[in-house]
Ligand binder design. Sequence first.
Ligand code: FAD
Length: 285
Amino acid sequence: MTTQQIDQKLFSFELFPPKTEEGMEKLQIQVKKLARVNPLYVSVTFGAGGSTQHRTFQSVEWLVSEGIEAAPHISCISSSKAEIVEMLDRYKNQGIRRLVALRGDLPSGTGLGGRGELNYANELVALIRQEFGDHFHIEVAAYPEFHPQAANAQADLKNFQRKVEAGANGAITQYFYNADAYFRFVDSCEQMGIHIPIVPGIMPITNYSSLSRFSDACGAEIPRWIRKRLEAYADDVESIRAFGVDVVSALCQRLLEHGAPGLHFYTMNQSAATLKIWDNLNLSR
Ligand code: FAD
């Protein structure tokens, strides 16, 4: 890719808010390393169960103080409309212009529904537009391998379309390792008249057991050939990381070459794997 093509791509990073002061200090070191590649924005996740909401705010506050464009995630499943509007007012006053709007997942065992008045992310997007007009740039979630609770693939696409029609400006996908699932998803969206940028979510591979657990829960498939190789490495962390960087760099390369509008890295609050992939892709601007 030429420098101009790279400049037009949307590169972003995702963090989760640390639980402790020590975690926050470690995160700040990692973010300063990630900031060297000049991402468009850094997003911060939000615990739908309510446990991390204040910490999301604090992490966003710190990013803003460092001059980094921050995009808080906001979910609707466990908050009233008034609570959501109050939080968005605080973000607006903080100078935030970009949000990732989600339904959210409640911690297991609580069942769906929560205390929220809004059931789905399209309703959250509509509320944000109703209360704040075009102030916020809104990203929503997309699922190339389909959301685990969707009735079927077509229904999930329809539900995605609802979020776009409610006013989403862009989408970030759940992570995947099958590039074809992404290309087909984008094709289906285009056929449905959806033309917003759909940025692939990229999960670096650094630890097999946690990746495997998380993938089962969120409906992302780890292809058999990748699983088998990772299983064979067992506790050999160095080999897992080296293999992971190779596989994910090749995935990113293919996605960008075939028209993906950018990449959103799930950094898991670590910079090393993301920056190695970045360097392999020669993306420095
Ligand atoms: P929705 O778009 O509302 O969809 C949820 C399910 O409901 C889908 O199966 C959909 O097909 C179905 N559906 C939607 N509308 C309707 C309707 N009107 N009628 C019937 N069915 C419908 N979770 C967090 O808790 N905090 C985070 O910070 C967070 N960040 C994320 C970031 C990204 C980029 C992604 C991809 C996911 C993130 N998640 C986060 C996880 C997300 O909250 C879950 O995947 C959640 O289960 C769905 O959220 P959603 O916004 O996609 O929901």
